[in-house]
Design a protein around this ligand. Structure first.
Ligand SMILES: Cc1cc2nc3c(=O)[nH]c(=O)nc-3n(C[C@H](O)[C@H](O)[C@H](O)COP(=O)(O)O)c2cc1C
Length: 174
């Protein structure tokens, strides 16, 4: 928990192998929301939990996600050229866990709507962004997908699900 390992400085420019743990811990100090990114594999809905979502541009409306090169959804994301970012609220932690589980039917018990693209939109979320991929950029062990936002829904009358230091958290918003 907070401060357990104490402060550390790691120089990643040297000969020493990158300290993945330290880098992960440092990234983990940046608080994010939690989303489920969905798309279509042919006609089959697929998706995964992601916290790499970021807003990019208002005009034109753009957002990005980063997808691991080994992620099972990457071929479907590339082939379909569309995705939906479903922003979770605090009561949807179980959904975050379900969509990060390997080998499970991630859509078991999950209802979905479709908008313009046919990609699944999860109802009852804090926000949904339906996107068409505009740029796909190789970036180390991930790929950055920049999407043009076609349609959004938001319901700010919720508290967000938050991810910090490797764990789900809640914040109280006044
Ligand atoms: C909170 C959280 C955030 C995650 N964020 C991302 C992400 O931004 N990009 C990504 O590729 N995987 C992310 N993952 C991992 C995926 O959800 C998924 O577990 C991983 O891609 C392995 O799934 P696969 O079996 O579909 O390959 C995240 C997992 C969790 C629990």
């Amino acid at each position: 928990m907070v401060g357990m390992t104490g402060p550390r400085t790691i120089d990643l420019t040297g000969e020493a192998a990158a300290d993945a743990r330290a880098l992960r811990d440092a990234f983990g100090c940046f608080t994010t929301g939690v989303t489920v990114v969905t798309t279509l594999d042919g006609t089959r809905p697929v998706g995964f939990t992601a916290n790499s979502f970021a807003s990019v541009s208002l005009d034109p409306p753009l957002a990005l996600i980063c997808v691991g090169n080994e992620a099972s959804c990457l071929p479907a994301l590339t082939a379909s050229g569309v995705f939906v970012v479903n922003v979770l609220h605090v009561d949807q932690q179980a959904l975050a866990a379900q969509f990060a589980r390997r080998g499970a039917d991630r859509f078991a018990g999950v209802s979905a709507e479709t908008w313009h693209t046919g990609a699944p939109v999860l109802p009852g979320c804090m926000a949904n962004f339906e996107c068409r991929t505009e740029q796909s950029i190789e970036a180390g062990d991930h790929r950055i997908l920049i999407g043009r936002i076609l349609k959004v829904h938001h319901d700010a009358d919720h508290e967000p699900l938050v991810y910090l230091r490797g764990g789900y958290r809640r914040v109280h918003t006044d």
